[in-house]
Design a protein around this ligand. Structure first.
Ligand SMILES: *Cc1c(COP(=O)(O)O)cnc(C)c1O
Length: 226
């Protein structure tokens, strides 16, 4: 029952925001590995923003659903390889995983002007986890300035994926640090209005720490097919 699952998740988001005295964040439905039909069912229930981890998979679903659901917004939330930047700039409305200068020019170069600017979040490796995607906090100001100064891109904020401690409460310090980084960013870049953090098992904590967008897959779609 996609409509019922959507209603339940929206209610849980609202409850978490109310309990924390925070504004209600936006919901990104993470549809990776889910078939286009599952996305269509959720779109029919009113959900418009969908997140995908792989460029090709997202592009295929966007194309499959464009006629029946022209108003959907697609976010890339997975690691972006440089050789996929061109396709990402075409297929997505948002890229949440920009984490290095080399992606900036490539994304801008391939963004068709008539599409409007590509919305960009900078992914931050806030805990300095070895071998993980995301820029270092100390590299954030320069990368943010570069995105903001690049025509064809709109700097919209930050994204992070904390270390998946089995106890979600242990992710709270990372969420809190992200909020501090986000506040610093927004003071310098007034267009930055989005802090993307929180997934199915920790979104209430992320909301309490100031998320403005939560990325939820399993709680909306059920377990992933692969
Ligand atoms: C898969 C994924 C999610 C959603 O995770 P769930 O636990 O299924 O809600 C959110 N963000 C990113 C970056 C992901 O890869």
């Amino acid at each position: 029952m996609p409509a019922e699952r959507l209603r339940t998740v929206l209610q849980r988001i609202q409850n978490a925001a109310d309990a924390a005295g925070r504004p209600v964040p936006a919901l990104l439905a993470v549809s990776k590995t889910q078939p286009a039909a599952a996305v269509a069912a959720l779109a029919a229930a009113g959900q418009a923003a969908f997140g995908e981890n792989y460029v090709q998979e997202g592009a295929a679903k966007r194309a499959a659903l464009a006629a029946a659901h022209p108003g959907l917004h697609w976010h890339l939330i997975g690691h972006l390889q440089s050789n996929k930047a061109a396709q990402a700039a075409e297929a997505f409305d948002w890229v949440q995983s920009v984490d290095r200068p080399g992606l900036v020019a490539a994304l801008a170069r391939h963004r068709a002007p008539q599409r409007g600017p590509l919305n960009v979040l900078i992914q931050v490796n806030v805990e300095g986890e070895a071998g993980k995607a995301g820029c270092r906090p100390e590299d954030l100001p320069a990368l943010a300035d570069r995105v903001a100064d690049t025509p064809g891109l709109a700097l919209r904020g930050l994204m992070s994926i904390p270390v998946p401690h089995p106890d979600p409460e242990r992710r709270r310090p990372a969420f809190r640090r992200m909020r501090e980084l986000f506040d610093g960013l927004a003071a310098r870049h007034p267009g930055a209005d989005t802090l993307s953090m929180g997934m199915s098992d920790d979104f209430a904590i992320a909301i309490a720490e100031g998320a403005t967008l939560v990325r939820i897959g399993t709680a909306l779609f059920g377990p992933r097919p692969r």
